[in-house]
Design a protein around this ligand. Structure first.
Ligand SMILES: Cc1cc2nc3c(=O)[nH]c(=O)nc-3n(C[C@H](O)[C@H](O)[C@H](O)COP(=O)(O)O)c2cc1C
Length: 332
């Protein structure tokens, strides 16, 4: 057991979180995470309508009686999804924790707070984390440059971002981006975080509702096999390295604007990847942590293994310090 403020506030056993994942954050994965004593998030926008989100929440409740949350990702969009309606479903369903991401959660904070919902805002800079704290969020997940999906534009890796955020905030900080095993969890705790949030590692689990070929690709890929696309458009996106990602970057380098790459980056193509297993069908989020993914365990095995390894790592380090004869300490 590694108790932290995050486990206490959220009422979960382990300081491990499965972040929202478009097309992947569905009931079977989120319920498996909850049943393993960690916190999972259903991804609201994976459901085409608020009504379907209500059904997915009900389906998740059939698979677990433990706490789970819903991720609301606010995307820059010409025709934004009906966020207020998705939020109304979340509130009506009695969900107690929401992960917000993308834009600021400010417009939705009054409703979230009135409903007594705990808010974890996921962001990629200390400045945005501070703003979120002022807005009244309960915790911040801070996504380092290594992360799958959108790492922001300031390119600060978790090793610096996590302790910088932990020093700047009084609310709990959750380390995200680049974490995949117990050594990472131990390191995150040492850096001042009170939990880790993972995406990539959870895609390569038995319960993740994606085609096996995607999981096999994550196992085979190294930390070098991701690509950042859309940098020129200031909407950087870390995806699995494939021919479509190269084509996006080539077109942008040749001067294309968003319209010039839209057909390559549309979400429906990513969905096809996860459903058909054709890993070249579109771009799909994957983080550098794939270099630490060597198998496809069940979620319960993964979490048990991570927590045990983190405990052993922390105890071994403490043991080394305790065992060191005082006389051998360097005199400076
Ligand atoms: C396939 C996939 C889809 C994702 N989709 C979303 C999303 O819709 N909203 C979101 O807030 N984060 C999304 N993320 C990011 C994760 O929630 C998490 O912040 C990130 O994966 C952490 O970095 P890691 O991959 O190194 O663990 C996605 C990640 C993956 C792997």
């Amino acid at each position: 057991m590694i108790p932290t403020r995050v486990t206490e506030i959220l009422g979960v056993e382990h300081p491990v979180i499965q972040g929202g994942m478009q097309w992947v954050g569905r009931a079977e994965l989120t319920a498996a995470v909850a049943n393993a004593g960690a916190l999972g998030f259903l991804t609201a926008l994976t459901q085409p309508t608020p009504e379907e989100l209500a059904r997915e929440i009900a389906r998740c409740r059939e698979l677990t009686d433990r706490v789970f949350g819903v991720n609301l990702t606010f995307l820059p969009a010409v025709n934004p999804p009906p966020y207020a309606d998705y939020l109304a479903v979340v509130i009506d369903a009695g969900i107690t924790v929401v992960e917000t991401a993308g834009r600021s959660p400010e417009p939705f904070m009054p409703d979230l707070k009135r409903a007594g919902i705990r808010v974890i805002h996921k962001c990629t800079s200390v400045a945005h984390a501070r703003t979120a704290e002022k807005l009244g969020v309960d915790m911040v997940s801070i996504d380092g440059f290594e992360c799958a999906g959108h790492p922001g534009e300031s390119d600060v890796p978790s090793l610096v971002l996590v302790p910088a955020a932990a020093s700047a905030l009084t609310i709990p900080v959750i380390a995200s981006g680049g974490f995949a095993d117990g050594r990472g969890l131990a390191a995150a705790l040492a850096l001042g975080a009170e939990a880790v949030n993972m995406g990539t590692r959870f895609v390569a689990t038995r319960e993740a509702p994606v085609h096996n070929r995607v999981k096999e690709r994550l196992v085979a890929a190294t930390e070098n096999d991701t690509r950042l696309i859309m940098r020129e458009l200031r909407n950087s996106w870390r995806v699995s390295a494939n021919s479509v990602a190269s084509e996006v970057n080539q077109r942008l380098a040749d001067g294309a604007d968003f319209e010039g790459v839209r057909e390559l980056v549309v979400g429906t193509r990513g969905r096809t990847v996860f459903e058909s297993g054709d890993i070249e069908a579109g771009v799909w989020s994957a983080g550098m942590a794939q270099g630490l993914v060597h198998d496809v365990p069940s979620v319960a095995e993964l979490i048990e293994r991570m927590v045990t390894e983190a405990e052993e790592t922390l105890v071994a380090q403490a043991g080394r310090i305790a065992a060191r004869p005082l006389g051998l300490l360097p005199s400076i």
